[in-house]
Write a protein that binds this ligand. Sequence first.
Ligand SMILES: Cc1cc2nc3c(=O)[nH]c(=O)nc-3n(C[C@H](O)[C@H](O)[C@H](O)COP(=O)(O)O)c2cc1C
Length: 170
Amino acid sequence: MDSNTIEATAPDTVREHFREALSHFGSGVVVITAIDPTGEPVGMTVGSFTSISLEPPLVGFFAAHTSTTLPRVLGGGTFCVNVLSETQHDLARAFARSGTAKFAGVEWTPGVGGAPRLAGAHAWIDATIDVRHTIGDHELIVGAVDGLLVPRTSDPLVFHRSTFHGLRAR
Ligand SMILES: Cc1cc2nc3c(=O)[nH]c(=O)nc-3n(C[C@H](O)[C@H](O)[C@H](O)COP(=O)(O)O)c2cc1C
């Protein structure tokens, strides 16, 4: 086997290489935003966003139990999925940093249900929390879609192997 290749066939080596193997799955990048019960805007960068159901329209994401933003999103009851544009990698990094004033200098407007729609995003999906489910060390949050806004003017941000990319049509 080539020295660049990683292979794991036992639980301890699977654990060792799990993160790196997962980093080979490219994903879009979203910031989940909400207004917490004290009225403060909150948000976190998420790569685990997914569409779940067309009828009814449901979306979801997985948040680590260690997230300090998660309980504040849950307390708000609604959230906005800000699908980031190709140029918003700094915003993705800023909203991935725990314990900072993530909204300093960030422009936003309230979506349906009040959760912040961040300026310049590729698309916005507003949702009301429908189902929560604990799975391993993460919480699955499912939201019923209340509204959306898609300007069709930008390209999306992509995350692959710990690096931000743009999308190239082939
Ligand atoms: C590209 C990218 C994708 C991420 N995806 C997730 C995710 O799906 N779930 C999650 O819990 N954290 C994810 N994170 C990490 C969170 O953004 C980060 O732990 C969180 O914002 C920490 O802040 P908090 O304590 O305010 O929640 C991701 C980070 C990056 C940079």
